[in-house]
Ligand binder design. Structure first.
Ligand SMILES: Nc1nc2c(c(=O)[nH]1)N[C@H]1C(S)=C(S)[C@@H](COP(=O)(O)OP(=O)(O)OC[C@H]3O[C@@H](n4cnc5c(=O)[nH]c(N)nc54)[C@H](O)[C@@H]3O)O[C@H]1N2
Ligand SMILES: Nc1nc2c(c(=O)[nH]1)N[C@H]1C(S)=C(S)[C@@H](COP(=O)(O)OP(=O)(O)OC[C@H]3O[C@@H](n4cnc5c(=O)[nH]c(N)nc54)[C@H](O)[C@@H]3O)O[C@H]1N2
Ligand code: SF4
Ligand SMILES: [Mo]
Length: 768
């Protein structure tokens, strides 16, 4: 472990080791801070009546947390030390998450948007009957697919499953998609092509045993904070860390090799690394022969360009590409992690496949300490992409166009196969169709597309063209400002359910409190709309979340995302169960692709041998592809949808900061998190800033072909001089998505959030 890393950790740990002065004592002595009143006022801070063990509602790490509850209010939290993934640790968002429920902005009743007067509270009957009347009118006039639904994966598995069934059987529309389309779809498409399954190949325990860790396009410290701890623990025992990022992110500051890639050039850089492995004889020929296909094509593609060419495209020095190839190639155990930095591209799937090529060429997968994973972003980004609220998917990660898959789900739902609508369009395509007038009505739940889709000007125009829009949320998010009806739904801690973490671990979300005021659970709202649409017969048997989960288990049975053997009871007893878990009594699968005593009883005697880090095992469980092999794919470089030119010479990339979450609806309302990062800014290198006479802290204008923003410059040496970075958690005139491009990856249909081109200039105070 580098000494710098250790001193960071000591610094972090010291203040925490000192016992805090009890808040009551401080309060009595100094009084409360005028701006820092906890929910329910200071008197609300008293003793908790109960502690509820659940998980953080934010990112895919899904940290265990205990919520303190008093008088049907969540008033604080306690660490949940026993939960094995985070062992009580939380990031700043997890620490503050409890402040949402009693927030003054919390929606407490349905709202109606009255022209000229704005939003006014109305009763449920009026809100639901207006919604249902408009759904029926639009579908009667323009056909069932003229009404679309957009959903989100902060929702539990139960709600994700319910939304899929609701859209297909209650709305009877093909046009359903979800916010994971902006997030996990390049990873999912790449993983399915290469492995036939869409899940991190290993649980995070394997990170601890890795000798080399390669992180591509992920700001681990800010965006998957608990993964940082796993990587640090690996480094404590000497692991080397390689990071590929145009910025020197907090974790990259202490890494062994930082490769400052030019945005959009990862496939070139990764092909260069593969070329080095080939030239240095560092590929595992035996593994490639026995367990993979497509190697010759991938090899030929990697050898198709010289290292000098790869260097020129990627902006990374030849000597660093060679260093990376040797470090990765020579490792005995390793773990490759990637996230949206390589995936948010029109070649997002290719970039994922280029990462997988490096893993397969090394032969280091499916063994202890030998792993690969895409870091799932949203809270239930993993489970939410398995249970059928994607436009092309049915539960269990089944294909909506496969007749056998359709027939099986039809049998579970008690309908004819022909009653299931066909494949619909993806989230951005749905917005395009709203813009063009093909789609006229929208129901959204748990999605804020006005802030999170690219080209916000276009999204605004589209939303203004809707004939009817109903949004289900617990806050009035920016997209919901355009709604006709807003239905007050439920927070994470207001319904029972399950979620699936970045590791593939299915965990229990617990109801701690009931929705306040006239707010209702999301499930109640969906079931009520279904009933009012005359389709109650498909939903009336759902009395509890567990009923929905039990149907989900059956619906997923035999699919790749098989949850059949997972029950609420088991999850509680075992701190979660890893899917696939196809049978009751199956132990679950923390590590994919390994031949285990469970999948192959002949191996029962060799368990000890297998669990040695990197220890060779007798064979691999088949990969989940039709031929049982992992597939290499050639990933030749191609340009991004936009490349810098004379008019727009600077590359813009976008992403996150530690204290805010996604479109910011939830975190921009929490004072402590706003204080950490009150406003967006432009990260810019001093050399580029000097060219335009821009000083640190000064207002600067950033313009793209789509729109512009004026933000303060943050002059830093930790970014490539040809690239600027803007965090995207804000709406309106401060939104990074005023600038970004709607170009999509042809396979995954993810937008190119990580690369567009802009021109920049100094702006006066008046320019804001
Ligand atoms: N604090 C916080 N944590 C979060 C979230 C949040 O909003 N806030 N959201 C969650 C969700 S949904 C997600 S998807 C994840 C996202 O997690 P990450 O993907 O880790 O986060 P991003 O900031 O989107 O992008 C990661 C990095 O990609 C780099 N990058 C930009 N362009 C390129 C490129 O072309 N190539 C490479 N190699 N790198 C590039 C950026 O500099 C950035 O450091 O985080 C999850 N966790
Ligand atoms: N420029 C740029 N744009 C990006 C990205 C980027 O890196 N750069 N990242 C993209 C990525 S990876 C993602 S995941 C998307 C995310 O984009 P969004 O999904 O639009 O972001 P969220 O803030 O999660 O919006 C979800 C809404 O759901 C509500 N909500 C949360 N939980 C629940 C619930 O349980 N029930 C109900 N009813 N509502 C709930 C919240 O209040 C919020 O209003 O943004 C994408 N946009
Ligand atoms: S935001 Fe993510 S890392 Fe932070 S506490 Fe919540 S689940 Fe854990
Ligand atoms: Mo995401």
């Amino acid at each position: 472990m580098a000494p710098l890393g250790r001193c960071f950790r000591d610094k972090l740990e010291t203040p925490m080791a000192k016992p805090p002065i009890p808040i009551e004592e401080l309060h009595a002595k100094f009084g409360p801070h005028p701006n820092d009143t906890p929910p329910g006022g200071w008197q609300g801070r008293g003793e908790a009546e109960r502690l509820v063990k659940t998980h953080c509602c934010f990112c895919g790490q899904q940290c265990g947390i205990q919520l303190k509850v008093r008088e049907n209010k969540v008033i604080g939290f306690e660490p949940w030390e026993e939960f094995p993934f985070n062992k009580g640790k939380l990031c700043p968002k997890g620490v503050k998450r409890y402040m949402q429920g009693s927030h003054p902005d919390r929606l407490l009743s349905p709202l109606k948007n009255v022209p000229g007067r704005g939003f006014e509270p109305i009763g449920w009957d009026e809100a639901l009957s207006t919604t249902v009347r408009e759904i029926q009118r639009i579908q009667k006039e323009h056909g069932p697919d003229a009404f679309a639904m957009l959903s989100g994966v902060s929702l539990t598995n139960e709600k994700s499953y319910l939304v899929g069934k609701f859209a297909r059987l209650a709305l009877q529309t093909a046009e359903l998609d979800y916010n994971g389309r902006l997030c996990m779809v390049s990873a999912g498409t790449g993983n399915k092509k290469a492995f036939g399954i869409d899940r991190a190949a290993n649980y995070w325990e394997d990170i601890l045993l890795a000798d080399v860790i390669l992180c591509a396009g992920t700001n681990v410290a800010e965006c998957s904070p608990i993964t940082t701890d796993y990587i640090w623990r690996a480094r404590d025992r000497g692991a080397k860390l390689i990071m590929i990022d145009p910025r020197v992110t907090p974790m990259a500051r202490t890494c062994d090799l930082h490769l400052p890639v030019r945005p959009g050039a990862d496939s070139a850089l990764l092909s260069g690394i593969l070329r080095v492995m080939i030239e240095e004889g560092l590929v595992d020929e035996g593994f490639i022969r026995d367990h993979t296909s497509g190697w010759e094509e991938a090899k030929a593609a990697a050898l198709g360009m010289s290292l000098e060419d790869y260097s020129a495209i990627s902006g990374v020095l030849v000597e660093d590409i060679i260093k990376a190839g040797k470090m990765w190639g020579e490792a005995k155990t390793s773990f490759l992690l990637h996230a949206r930095g390589i995936e948010h591209h029109t070649k997002g799937v290719d970039n994922v496949l280029a990462c997988i090529n490096l893993v397969l060429a090394s032969g280091r997968i499916g063994r202890p300490g030998c792993g690969y994973g895409t870091i799932t972003g949203q809270g239930n980004g993993q489970g939410g992409r398995e249970h059928g609220h994607k436009c092309d998917q049915l539960p269990g990660n089944r294909d909506i166009e496969n007749p056998e898959h359709r027939a099986y789900i039809a049998s579970v739902w008690g309908i004819e196969e022909s009653d299931i609508p066909g494949k619909g369009h993806t989230a951005q395509e749905i917005m395009n169709m709203i813009h063009s007038g093909e789609i006229k009505g929208l129901l959204s739940i748990c999605f804020n597309p006005l802030v999170s889709l690219p080209d916000a000007g276009f999204t605004t125009e589209a939303l203004n063209r809707l004939e009817h829009y109903t949004a289900i949320d617990f806050f009035l998010n920016e997209t919901a400002h355009h709604a006709d009806i807003v239905l007050a739904g439920s927070l994470h801690e207001e319904e029972e359910g399950t979620s699936t973490s970045a590791e593939g671990r299915v965990i229990r979300i617990r109801r701690a409190v009931d929705p306040p005021g006239e707010a209702r659970t999301d499930t109640w709202i969906l079931l009520e709309i279904a009933r009012r649409l005359g389709r109650g017969q498909y939903f009336d048997h759902f009395k509890t979340s567990e009923d929905i989960f039990n149907e989900l288990r059956v619906a997923s049975k035999g699919g790749t995302a098989d949850y059949y053997g997972i029950t609420y009871e088991r999850i509680e007893q075992e701190f979660g169960v890893f899917w696939p878990c196809p049978e009751i009594g199956h132990p679950g699968t923390p590590r994919l692709f390994e031949e285990s005593p469970h999948t192959s009883p002949a191996l029962a005697g060799e368990v000890g041998e297998q669990s040695k880090p990197g220890g060779r095992q007798a064979g691999y469980r088949r990969f989940f592809t039709p031929d049982g092999k992992a597939h290499f794919h050639p990933t030749p470089h191609r340009p991004s949808a936009e490349e810098p030119d004379e008019e727009y010479p600077v590359i813009l990339t976008t992403g996150r900061v530690v204290s805010h979450y996604l479109s910011g609806t939830q975190t921009r309302r929490i004072g402590g998190l706003v204080d950490l990062c009150p406003d967006p800014y432009v990260e810019i290198h001093p050399t580029l800033a000097a060219q335009y006479g821009i000083e640190d802290g000064q207002w600067m204008k950033v313009e793209s072909r789509r729109g512009s923003v004026v933000l303060r410059a943050k002059v830093v040496t930790t970014i490539r001089p040809d690239t600027i970075f803007i965090p995207y958690h804000w709406p309106g005139g401060r939104s990074a998505n005023n600038l970004t491009n709607r170009a999509l990856d042809p396979l995954s249909k993810i937008p190119e959030f990580k690369k567009s081109v802009v021109r920049i200039s100094k702006a006066g105070q008046d320019a804001t």
